[in-house]
Design a protein around this ligand. Structure first.
Ligand code: C2E
Ligand code: CA
Ligand code: CA
Length: 835
């Protein structure tokens, strides 16, 4: 979370920075465009709105002369913006040199001026034109102002300036500076060859070169007047220049044939036919092979002259303007040639213009560099913010994914919880049913087993819930282990019921599989000090290709109940007979339910006869249902199994107490009535209290009530049973042990159980009272008497039985011999003395 917050902030910062950079870039670009606009707005190109003056540019040579291009630029820049227009006339003195030529030119010029425009001033360029003006200017132009430039002949210039209307610019040479710089950059070259011609400028150059060089010591020099050579000769002369010399390229264009070579041609001769460095003392030629030059700026001189002319035309007094002797220089070097001679920029003056220098990136793009940089930065910032966005996206994706995983996890957990039993952590009933619906299908082979722990209720009551829970957990755990290794389905079906499905096999009651399950329940379980031994009842339903899954579950349950009824600790395979039985049971159950709600029970009373006196001495109360065909042997077991016996117990008890009251109220003497108490009634904790209240309500003494319990109640020495006995005793109620001799009976326990009367079961009477075995009955009677208890013999049907039992000193006889259970009306008046 913290990380995403940081990235969110960073993204904002990057975005803002990127926008700032972009804005700055735009501002820089704007500035650049404005600056560029300013530069292009060259004053010379401004539209001249008002042409105030017109001057004549009078040039000594022609437009091809090497100085012209720079000069005309200077004039342009100074005249035009100030409202001065100009015409140009070339004397072409290099080509027209003869006196005839000169007179022809004079005629042309005069006629041109007559028919031409009127000029307010003349600008004269170079010596020949200046000479012409000195000779004819006054005659042709009168006293209009004249400004000259490019004068090499100082005498002529000075002479011209003596006239009040003439001033100008002497073309000072930079030969001295040129040679000085040359010596500096080539300290090891001592040989100088100076080239000049016969022109005024050339002669001046040659003379100056000789003067300067001869002043120096340690240097050799040679002067070559090119006018002495034809072109071919000149080439040969140039070839003779040693490689370690330096060519000083001065004014040298006219050859012996009267040809004036162009500066380009001349430069080419030097470049082609010599390896010596070429240095020039004029502002030009660098770039075509000349190493470098220091020269007067023709542009600057022309511009200065133009400005002077403007000043004069605007009213300045020309006679007061002195001739300018010096015009600023320009130092130019060729980068390519420099490299050839190992000259570096550092060796040259700071203001040197280096041409042909490979333009650096900054030179070309310097102006847009800040903008470009800013745009680049903006892009990076943008990229970063995009990165951050991507990261955040990924992060939120991850969060989504995580929450999805969390969701899936909790969903899984929920599904798990929904499918499993909270307590035992095995599948629950619903899931098991669904599982069977999917897997216990007709074409499969399987066994479905319902397991119910026997007497689990008793564990609860005897050891408490905590221990019972532990026992249940332990058994479930063991079952689970077994189920896992065999790949069985195991589920908790009810409180202490498990449902299993064994795929691929059809078990039998005896199969090892069943025995293994049984064994889990039978193994002693240690709980602290106690060792608990359990058992289970199992019902099995086998695949048969027809039965539906739901029916399989019911069938397994039926078989399990059957196992319970047949004495527990057993496994039973379901059969269709069971189904019939269950159907009948269900009918019985419905009738019991109906009877409980609608007064459907009544009591019959079986007389008990004193063996000795044959007198009535009590009754056993036996319950009957009003519904047809419902015999105690049918409905009592079902009521017991369904847990309804406790309710029925209260109903019978109430009927008996009411009957006692009715008999009393009818004036009869009362006899004790014994009421059957099922061990399943132990759960009815309030039973004795209920009985006590009835006795009080109907004002019946406890001595007329006896409770018949079965020996199982004594075997399980539970607290509940003990408290039951104690409570009954407190009410003066006798306790009878019913069915003695069936079950687990050992005579020994009779010594410590709190019973007053023992009823010998009919089955023992039938089995032992016959010839030879009757001493057993006699011994039992004797034992009971020895323990100070009474003995009732049940199921006596024959006279001989009665007589024998009388002989054996049995206390009381109850049986069909005297009477079947009969109505209370018959019972209370029963007399057995006739039998
Ligand atoms: P039980 O407690 O052993 O009751 C004695 C049964 O033996 C009675 O059957 C009785 O009619 C029968 N009997 C008595 N003398 C003879 C005889 O000479 N020959 C033969 N063949 N049978 C004789 P009944 O009334 O059908 O009761 C059956 C069982 O139902 C009882 O056995 C008892 O366990 C249960 N039962 C009956 N009434 C109640 C009751 O009110 N409460 C409870 N909890 N159980 C009852
Ligand atoms: Ca009984
Ligand atoms: Ca009995």
């Amino acid at each position: 979370m913290k990380k995403t917050a940081v990235f969110r902030t960073l993204r904002t910062v990057w975005l803002v920075l990127s926008v700032v950079c972009l804005i700055l870039a735009v501002i820089f670009l704007q500035i650049m465009v404005i600056n560029k606009g300013k530069k292009t707005e060259d004053p010379a190109f401004r539209y001249v709105e008002d042409v105030r003056h017109r001057v004549l540019l009078f040039c000594s040579y022609n437009s091809q002369y090497y100085t012209y291009a720079n000069q005309i630029e200077g004039f342009h820049d100074s005249l035009y913006p100030n409202g001065v227009e100009y015409d140009v006339i070339f004397m072409d003195a290099k080509n027209y040199r003869t006196s005839e030529d000169q007179s022809a030119f004079y005629n042309f010029f005069v006629s041109r001026m007559k028919n031409g425009k009127e000029y307010d001033g003349v600008i004269v360029v170079d010596d020949e034109a200046l000479q012409f003006m000195c000779d004819y200017g006054k005659k042709i132009f009168g006293d209009i102002p004249i400004v000259f430039i490019g004068a090499n002949n100082l005498t002529l210039a000075k002479k011209a300036c003596t006239r009040r209307n003439i001033t100008g610019f002497y073309e000072n040479d930079y030969l001295e500076e040129t040679l000085k710089l040359t010596r500096k950059i080539f300290p090891n070259r001592t040989k100088y060859v100076g080239f000049f011609d016969e022109s005024a400028a050339g002669k001046t150059d040659g003379a100056r070169f000789t003067i300067i060089m001869s002043r120096l010591t340690g240097y050799e020099f040679e002067t070559i007047n090119v006018t002495n050579y034809t072109k071919e000769q000149l080439i040969e002369v140039i070839k003779q220049v040693p490689d370690d010399a330096i060519i000083i390229y001065m004014t040298c264009f006219s050859d012996a044939d009267g040809i004036t070579h162009t500066k380009y041609e001349m430069t080419n001769f030097f470049k082609e036919y010599s390896n010596a460095p070429i240095v020039r003392c004029y502002e030009d030629a660098v770039g075509d092979g000349v190493l470098g030059s220091i020269g007067m700026s023709f542009y600057q001189q022309a511009k200065n002259a133009g400005e002077t002319m403007v000043k004069v035309l605007d009213g300045a007094d020309i006679s007061r303007i002195h001739m300018a002797l010096k015009t600023p220089s320009i130092t130019e070097f060729d980068y390519n040639v420099m490299a050839r001679y190992g000259i570096t920029e550092k060796m040259l003056p700071e203001e040197t213009i280096i041409i042909n220098k490979p333009v650096s990136f900054i030179d070309v793009y310097g102006a847009i560099l800040p903008s470009a940089g800013l745009i680049f930065l903006a892009m990076i910032m943008l990229l970063q913010s995009v990165n951050a966005t991507v990261f955040l996206g990924r992060e939120s994706n991850r969060e989504l994914l995580a929450s999805k995983e969390e969701l899936e996890k909790s969903q899984k957990r929920l599904i798990y919880q929904a499918e499993h039993d909270d307590f035992l952590d095995i599948l629950n009933r619903r899931t098991a049913v669904e599982y069977l619906r999917r897997h216990a299908i007709p074409d499969k082979v399987f066994s479905i087993i319902m397991v119910d722990i026997d007497n689990f209720k008793d564990v609860n009551e005897t050891y408490g819930h905590q221990v019972a829970d532990e026992v249940l957990k332990h058994l479930s755990y063991e079952l689970e282990n077994l189920a896992k290794t065999r790949d069985w389905m195991l589920a908790r079906y009810g409180g202490d019921e498990f449902l299993m499905m064994l795929s691929g096999e059809r078990v039998t009651e005896e199969s090892s599989t069943i025995q293994e399950i049984m064994k889990i329940f039978r193994n002693p379980i240690s709980m602290g000090d106690e060792t608990i031994i359990m058992s289970c009842s199992m019902g099995v339903s086998l695949s048969d290709g027809v039965t539906t899954p739901d029916q399989h579950i019911i069938n397994a349950e039926i078989a399990m109940y059957e196992a319970k009824q047949r004495g527990r600790n057993k496994a039973f395979l379901y059969s269709d007979d069971m189904k019939k039985k269950v159907r009948e049971e269900n009918k019985v159950k419905a009738k019991i339910l109906d009877a409980m709600d609608n007064d459907g029970f009544y009591m019959v009373y079986q007389p008990q006869i004193n063996t000795e006196t044959k007198k009535l001495c009590g009754f056993e109360a036996l319950v009957r249902m009003k519904a047809e065909g419902m015999y105690p042997g049918v409905f009592i077991p079902i009521a017991e199994a369904s847990g309804w016996i406790a309710r029925i117990g209260r109903i019978t008890t109430e009927l008996v107490i009411k009957q006692l009251a009715a008999w009393r109220d009818a004036g009869y003497m009362l006899y004790p009535v014994s009421i059957n108490y099922s061990s399943n009634q132990l759960s009815d904790i309030g039973y004795v209290e209920f009985l006590k209240e009835l006795l009080e309500e109907y004002n019946i003494s406890g001595q007329f009530v006896e409770i018949e319990v079965t020996e199982s109640l004594f075997l399980e020495k539970t607290e509940k049973a003990e408290s039951l006995f104690a409570q009954l005793k407190a009410l003066g109620i006798k306790i009878l042990m019913d069915d003695f001799g069936t079950g687990y009976s050992s005579l020994g326990y009779l010594t410590y159980i709190p019973v007053d009367v023992v009823k010998l079961d009919k089955s023992l009477v039938d089995a032992y009272l016959v010839g030879g075995k009757d001493s057993f009955i006699r011994d039992v009677i004797q034992l009971v008497h020895d323990l100070d208890k009474l003995m009732i013999i049940e199921g006596v049907e024959e006279k001989w039985q009665y007589e024998k039992l009388r002989e054996f000193k049995a206390d009381i006889i109850q049986g069909y011999y005297f009477s079947k259970p009969i109505s209370p009306e018959e019972a209370i008046v029963f007399d057995a003395s006739d039998e």
